[in-house]
Write a protein that binds this ligand. Sequence first.
Ligand SMILES: [Zn+2]
Length: 236
Amino acid sequence: MREQLLALEELAKSDLAWRQIDVELADVDAHLVATRSDVDRIRDLLERERQQLTEAQRLKQTHVDEIATIDEKSIRSKKRQEVARNNREMEAMNREIEVLKREREERTAEAARLEEVVVAVGTQLKAHEADFKGLTDMLATEESEAVQSREALLARKALHQGARKELTGKVRPEILRIYQIVLNRRGTAVAECKDGICRGCYMATPPQLYNVMLRAEKLIQCPNCQRILLPPNLSR
Ligand SMILES: [Zn+2]
């Protein structure tokens, strides 16, 4: 039985390493997903800023157009003022010119304010476009690195699969069946049992069972977690 237990210990180590490879593979993929979502976020931000810029430019243009219309109206009012027949008409034209002048000032101020917005958003957009370029470049590098890591991990996994076949060949089928059931249920199938404590679930084993287990003559499973118990220093 000692040899069977030794083979199980080896198998457990191999399975743990195999599991580690899967964890690393998942890490590589998760990192890529995170970077891609950063790229998407910046792309959305850029799109919103472009829309903001277009909208500010459009609004500013309506004010500029309106100023041109006001200027035309002012010229007409001044011409009518020149041909005014009496004071009443003259004053009416004065008021009209005054109103147009105030409106022109308001429109000019608003156009200037919008020009500031256009400049500010434009600057922000340039900075974010640079960020975006940096991120997409980084993603391209990471993607090619991830592909390489994946290939290396898959190669290691293939190696482990070969090694596992060899290790399982050393274990008797009925023992391997128990090992596989516990592995599927618990994630690990063997546990060292030291000072009467199962190191898989940290529960005490009955003293009599512990003594039998120490002799390594029978396959003993933890009564609590069902892991196959290994005596301490089995391989020494
Ligand atoms: Zn246990």
